[in-house]
Design a protein around this ligand. Structure first.
Ligand code: GLU
Ligand code: ZN
Length: 298
């Protein structure tokens, strides 16, 4: 099989064990299915990214010996996102939302997962906004707003290689969702879809914590004219001994800190595979061994 998979960290902090596990899954899937590997730095939110974290990603990957075939960084791709949003605007699928965080909380129900399900309050203001479309920036100065994508009210069926079949309606999961935020930053959901399409990504392997984004991403991809969705696999996250997801505190140590404290890549690889229940003890592993171990499980 030929195709392309991506590893897409956000430079909003140094990489930790969770990222290492994701990277191992990506490299293992690439090995198993003969895929090219693309490194994408997801710095779509310029207010949260730091150059030191971008450098950190390169350094950490090199230290472990992860090699990739191509790379991109979202901050160099602004014109592409502008083009993509125009495509949605031309179909009447974008509208500004002026609701404050407080209003959003107070006026909308929450889904089972605790996510706000936006009921489309600002959709009715769309006409006025369309009149001013040519002066979007001017309008923004008057009143801060984000831009929302109108999700179709339909059930999206998709398959996860590990978790099986899903049938989800994004209208009920989150409602129309932001593609650009109040500060003018592209959102994760939007940038990731534009990039996955443009970069020809055929396989998406990522943590289970992002699973609930999949149906809405498929809906957005369709609106952007993507031919078919990629193959998805959402891997299990590292959990503590009671099976709970690792807390922020437990993930607080970055790989870089561990490295500076004298850990070897083999120690960290062995430990992360142990914590992810992929081996029974934290026996050190080489990168090849860790990748092969995961390859045999997917
Ligand atoms: N940038 C996201 C993260 O660091 C990953 C996005 C994805 O794999 O879709 O969590
Ligand atoms: Zn609104």
């Amino acid at each position: 099989m030929s195709g392309k998979i991506r590893f897409a960290p956000s430079p909003t902090g140094f990489l930790h064990e969770g990222h290492l596990l994701s990277a191992l899954y990506v490299w293992a899937a690439a090995k198993k299915w003969g895929l090219k590997i693309h490194l994408r730095i997801e710095d779509h939110d310029q207010s949260r990214m730091r150059p030191a974290y971008v450098e950190g990603i390169y350094e950490d990957l090199a230290w472990f010996g992860f090699h990739y075939d191509s790379e991109s960084i979202q901050s160099k791709r602004w014109p592409l996102y502008e083009q993509a949003i125009s495509k949605l605007e031309a179909q009447g699928l974008v509208y500004p939302c002026y609701c404050s965080r407080k209003q959003l909380e107070a006026e909308n129900p929450k889904s089972e997962t605790g996510e706000i399900v936006y009921q489309g309050k600002c959709l009715t203001r769309r006409e006025t906004w369309f009149d001013r479309l040519t002066n979007r920036e001017g309008r923004r100065e008057i009143e801060p707003h984000n831009l929302r994508f109108i999700v179709p009210d339909k059930v999206i069926q998709w398959h996860d290689l590990r978790l099986g079949d899903f049938a989800e309606n994004p209208k009920l999961q989150c409602g129309d969702f932001p593609i650009r935020d109040r500060e003018g930053q592209w959102t994760y959901q939007f940038a990731v879809c534009v990039d996955d399409i443009d970069e020809g990504i055929t396989h998406i392997v990522r943590g289970e914590d992002i699973r609930s984004s999949t149906a809405r991403q498929i809906a957005l991809r369709e609106a952007l004219g993507a031919k078919e969705p990629p193959i998805y696999l959402h891997h299990a996250l590292i959990s503590d001994s009671t099976g709970k997801k690792l807390s922020k505190r437990e993930l607080a140590y970055s790989l870089r800190q561990e490295r500076e404290a004298g850990s070897s890549p083999e120690t960290l690889l062995g430990r992360v595979c142990f914590k992810a229940k992929l081996q029974e003890s934290p026996t050190p592993l080489s990168l090849d061994q860790a990748i092969s171990l995961i390859e045999s499980r997917i």
